[in-house]
Design a protein around this ligand. Structure first.
Ligand code: FAD
Length: 495
């Protein structure tokens, strides 16, 4: 047995087994939430504090009593898309932050915010300081639509719009022009439906959420009354889930507007659909074709806002006005070749122009390379890996959207992150991952960052931000009023 293994089999029997340090101990260790186990315990570093980062850390910490995990995060605040992506009117989804907080406060977990890996510190510097590095930095890029006119004022990405209403610091200046009547969303996934719902929700609903104050003010003045959600294929291929569709159907003050012809043959195809797809399609059919109950009819009669899917349409060109602003969009009319999930949209040669003043592309996020030393598959926009082990890069792992591409909900991300953690632990156990030589971990990285003038934000610093945001929120009946700039966050962290 190697020296370190002997040490840790002893440690497993000693006081460290499953222990938790009190908050006084945390403070005693500079508020990073971590008490040092031993200078030569295995040290794992995770880049990114979204669901992938936290679930990877959670699994490693739970499975092994002898491993220390440090999470480095670019922003001063943790939780990635749980804070900056999940819709403000879905507070129940954000409850995962409580689980992540437990992990962050574990005695063998450290959190270091305000560290941009790839520029403040390189991945190879982290690899020198840790036995293993897990890249979990998500998918912060945006797929472009790739049509002429895409750069006109009034064309936005869903990523930026979501970031704006959720308080992502670099989206603060977006100030979308909401003076038009019709907005077109390209893409029919859950993010597209989130955006449609936020654009059309009554302000009385939004003001009770953690949506940012500037977004709330802008939406209160919004003149957008009609939102069309455009997709290349048909009703049986939409990428949203039934929960999001149901929310649209029941949205107060709004009524659906579908094109009945889009549903030709759908009723007949229902019986062969898998269960979840069948339920979703049934709801869509009901919304598009059935005469609603009197109560619903009454509600819809009074609705001042409209939403609807536009199927079998692909963007061809964004049409501009003389002021270089969006005036409309030209859509190619498609037909489907094949059936089911694998069917392909093929253009018919027919086009259709839709007048609108706002176009939001919601065709997907994509990961970006952050460090030239890390292998990156530009075509798939992921780090090439097998079971989370980065190919041809010993000691380097990946999890979350960076590993799989930007699909799947938090639960999917949890499972793929647990899988990466398992791969890493297997490698540790088998000796493929060499943990015999002691590593310096956060100690040397903190010194390095200090020399480079990087101001670290620890988890207890984040808790100060959290407290302030919650207090501000309470004052106006919201769960929190978010700080909107990195500067403000750092100021509060330093108090
Ligand atoms: P992220 O959550 O993006 O986390 C990545 C983290 O890495 C971020 O904190 C980022 O700041 C950090 N980072 C980036 N670059 C660096 C760097 N260079 N150095 C250090 N840190 C870095 N799922 C649901 O289950 N329910 C929902 O309601 C839901 N709503 C969603 C709404 C939107 C708009 C989007 C886009 C997704 C939604 N999802 C939802 C999916 C869910 O958010 C993802 O499955 C999950 O966040 C992916 O986790 P991740 O950790 O891979 O990425």
């Amino acid at each position: 047995m190697s020296g370190y293994k002997l040490l840790f089999s002893q440690l497993k029997l000693s006081t460290f087994r499953g222990t938790r340090w009190t908050s006084r101990f945390h403070e005693g260790f500079g508020g990073c939430g971590k008490a040092f186990l031993s200078s030569n315990c295995p040290k794992v570093c995770i880049v990114g504090s979204g669901p992938a980062g936290f679930y990877t850390a959670q699994h490693i910490i739970k499975a092994r009593q002898d491993v220390e995990v440090d999470i480095y995060e670019r922003l001063p605040v943790p939780f990635g898309l749980v804070r900056f992506g999940v819709a403000p009117d879905h507070p129940e989804v954000k409850n995962v932050m409580n689980t992540f907080t437990q992990t962050a406060k574990h005695s063998r977990c450290g959190f270091y915010g305000n560290v941009n890996v790839g520029s403040d510190v390189s991945v190879s510097e982290l690899q020198q300081a840790y036995h293993a590095v897990v890249l979990s930095y998500g998918a912060e890029g945006n797929k472009s639509v790739g049509v002429p006119g895409e750069d006109l004022a009034g064309v936005l990405s869903a990523k930026d719009l979501v970031g704006w209403y959720n308080g992502l610091p670099n989206c603060r200046e977006l100030s979308p022009d909401l003076t038009c009547e019709t907005a077109v969303i390209l893409g029919q996934g859950n993010v597209a439906l989130d955006v449609a719902r936020i654009l059309l929700s009554p302000i009385d609903i939004l003001k009770k959420t953690d949506i940012t104050r500037p977004a709330l003010e802008a939406l209160a003045e919004s003149r957008v009354r009609r939102v069309l959600i455009v997709g290349r294929r048909g009703p049986m291929q939409v990428a949203c889930t039934i929960k999001e569709l149901r929310e649209m159907v029941n949205l107060p003050g709004s009524r659906p507007e579908m094109v009945a012809a889009d549903f030709e043959g759908v009723t007949e195809a229902l019986k062969d659909l898998p269960r979840a797809r069948k339920r979703l399609t049934e709801l869509m059919l009901k919304t598009a074709l059935e005469i609603p109950s009197e109560k619903v009819q009454e509600r819809r009669k009074n609705a001042s806002r409209i939403w609807g899917f536009r199927f079998f349409r692909s963007p061809v060109e964004v049409l501009g006005n003389p002021n270089h602003r969006v005036a409309g969009i030209r859509l190619a009319v498609n037909r489907l070749e094949g059936s089911g999930e694998g069917s392909q949209a093929v253009v018919t040669g027919e086009v259709e122009d839709v007048n609108c003043g706002l176009i939001i592309s919601s065709i997907g996020y994509k990961s970006l390379p952050i460090d030239p030393s890390v292998p990156f598959d530009s075509r798939k926009a992921i780090v090439p890996n097998s079971m989370g082990r980065v190919q041809q890069a010993a000691g380097l792992y990946c999890s979350g959207w960076l590993k799989t591409g930007p699909t799947g909900v938090i639960a999917t991300t949890m499972n793929n992150s647990f899988d990466t953690a398992k791969s890493l632990l297997e490698d540790m156990d088998s000796g493929t991952l060499d943990v015999s030589a002691p590593k310096t971990g956060s100690q040397s990285i903190r010194t390095l960052l200090d020399k480079r003038g990087v101001k670290l934000v620890t988890f207890s610093d984040w808790e100060k931000i959290d407290k302030l945001e919650t207090r501000r929120g309470e004052a106006c009946g919201k769960p929190r009023e978010k700080l909107l700039t990195v500067e403000e966050m750092l100021n509060v962290a330093r108090t």
